[in-house]
Write a protein that binds this ligand. Structure first.
Ligand SMILES: [Zn+2]
Length: 437
């Protein structure tokens, strides 16, 4: 028998993946709308040849000229809107990662109209809707607050959170484990709030179509509570297999991001830190299946009068794929805020090096905010070429990063200095509402 007739091992694995996940998704047959990149569409069309494209847009995207320089060039990317059957969504997520070696690649929308509105906004050179308001000054002028909190950070706490989340069979948005993981995180964040501390609240946000809730902790601002700073990361995980049976520890993707958020909260509570602006820490549900939780939440913030000054996404922080420490992704993010982040590293964390990379359309929840014109940034563990390849499998465990918190700690520290500098106003203007910086 010649070798040619034998289906390749890779094809066999893909077919097994298809079978396993399809069986668990069959019950979900219903129309859905997504926007996705051209390469993700090619993957989808191989899976579902009858896919219907309902719209296409060209969007200007900033990509780095080189990995070590903040200099950018603009290129045009194609984003499509398609109608798809809900049952294919999880498969698409797994296949995009398997075939294109990158995350996400698509956004789930509540309606065709919302998908087309997203294309329209992306096609605009400057997607800045009025709701966001003027950019903050990005002044770095709160060293006292930062230096009081930074030394309190401990790697052991980061690992404890990762171990806690990775212990769930999986954290899928539709599984009982995924629901339990959300409750676990809400309880963990509540337990960090000292008895008697005012102005700190933990809530869980329900979403339609699946049971997993997003978790939010808010620290109400003292003088500018109507302005907020958002730090987030997704709490769900994904791997092939049935809804309840699939093993998806997601230690790096994304227990590591949630661990960094949790450590920032712990240090702020321990240091009795009170920001001027409201700080929101969000564990998003259902990122792996089209950024669903963060899309709902970003859409809701567009309708609020609250001004979001900036959004930071922490998704995969534990695996050091390159010698460079912190990678700022330039596509579908805010160049202004990315510059601010590089300056914060330079000022408070000068031992860390900064690199620049790009990961394509909708590679994490920052895209939900960016697509609505908010200023979002995505500091990442590695360049797009060298990130952790075990994600979306049962091998995404702490072993892939040597059971070490060293890399995660860098992102927890960066998140802390970002939140304090953007959340605090300089001593002189704390009370002055008119200044607007
Ligand atoms: Zn992720």
């Amino acid at each position: 028998m010649n070798k040619l007739s034998l289906p390749s091992r890779r094809l066999t694995r893909t077919l097994a993946l298809v079978a396993g996940t399809l069986i668990s998704q069959a019950a979900l047959a219903a129309p859905a709308w997504i926007t996705l990149s051209a390469d993700a569409l090619a993957v989808l069309q191989r899976m579902v040849p009858q896919t219907q494209v309902v719209g296409t847009a060209q969007t200007p995207v900033a990509v780095p000229l080189s990995a070590r320089s903040p200099a950018l060039q603009t290129r045009s990317e194609t984003v499509h809107a398609v109608e798809i059957d809900e049952q294919w969504i999880e498969m698409l997520s797994l296949m995009v990662h398997r075939e294109l070696a990158r995350c996400g690649g698509f956004v789930h929308h509540a309606s065709q109209a919302e998908a087309l509105a997203t294309l329209h906004r992306l096609s605009l050179a400057d997607a800045q809707p009025s709701a966001v308001g003027p950019a903050p000054s990005y002044a770095i002028d709160n060293p006292k607050e930062v230096q009081a909190l930074l030394p309190l950070m401990q790697g052991s706490h980061l690992l404890a959170t990762v171990d806690g989340l990775a212990a769930f069979q999986n954290r899928r948005h539709t599984s009982s484990h995924g629901v339990a993981a959300s409750d676990w995180l809400a309880d963990k964040w509540r337990a960090l709030v000292p008895v008697g501390r005012k102005g700190v609240r933990v809530t869980q946000i329900s979403h339609s179509g699946y049971p997993q809730k997003s978790v939010m902790l808010e620290i109400v601002g003292s003088t500018r509570a109507h302005e907020s700073v958002v730090l987030g990361g997704h709490l769900d995980s994904i791997a092939s297999g049935t809804v309840e049976g699939a093993r998806a520890p997601g230690a790096d993707d994304n227990a590591s991001g949630i661990a960094a958020l949790t450590e920032i909260i712990r240090v702020m509570m321990a240091g009795n830190y009170v920001p001027s602006r409201t700080l929101r820490f969000i564990g998003y549900a259902a990122e792996e299946v089209g950024l669903r939780g963060s899309s709902d939440i970003a859409a809701d913030f567009l309708t609020r009068s609250e001004q979001v000054m900036g959004v930071l996404q922490l998704d995969m922080t534990a695996f050091q794929g390159d010698s460079t420490d912190i990678w700022l992704y330039t596509d579908y993010t805010s160049a202004l805020q990315n510059t601010f982040l590089a300056q914060l590293v330079n000022k408070y964390l000068p031992i860390y090096s900064v690199g620049y990379s790009a990961c394509g359309y909708a590679c994490s929840d920052h895209a939900s905010w960016h697509n609505r014109g908010f200023r979002a940034s995505f500091p990442h563990e590695a360049s797009n070429a060298n990130y952790n390849r075990t994600i979306h499998t049962l091998n995404d465990t702490t072993a892939t990063f040597g059971n070490s918190s060293a890399h995660m700690l860098k992102f927890a520290q960066l998140g802390l200095v970002y939140a304090v500098e953007l959340g605090s106003l300089p001593r002189g203007v704390r009370g002055a509402v008119a200044l607007g910086n």
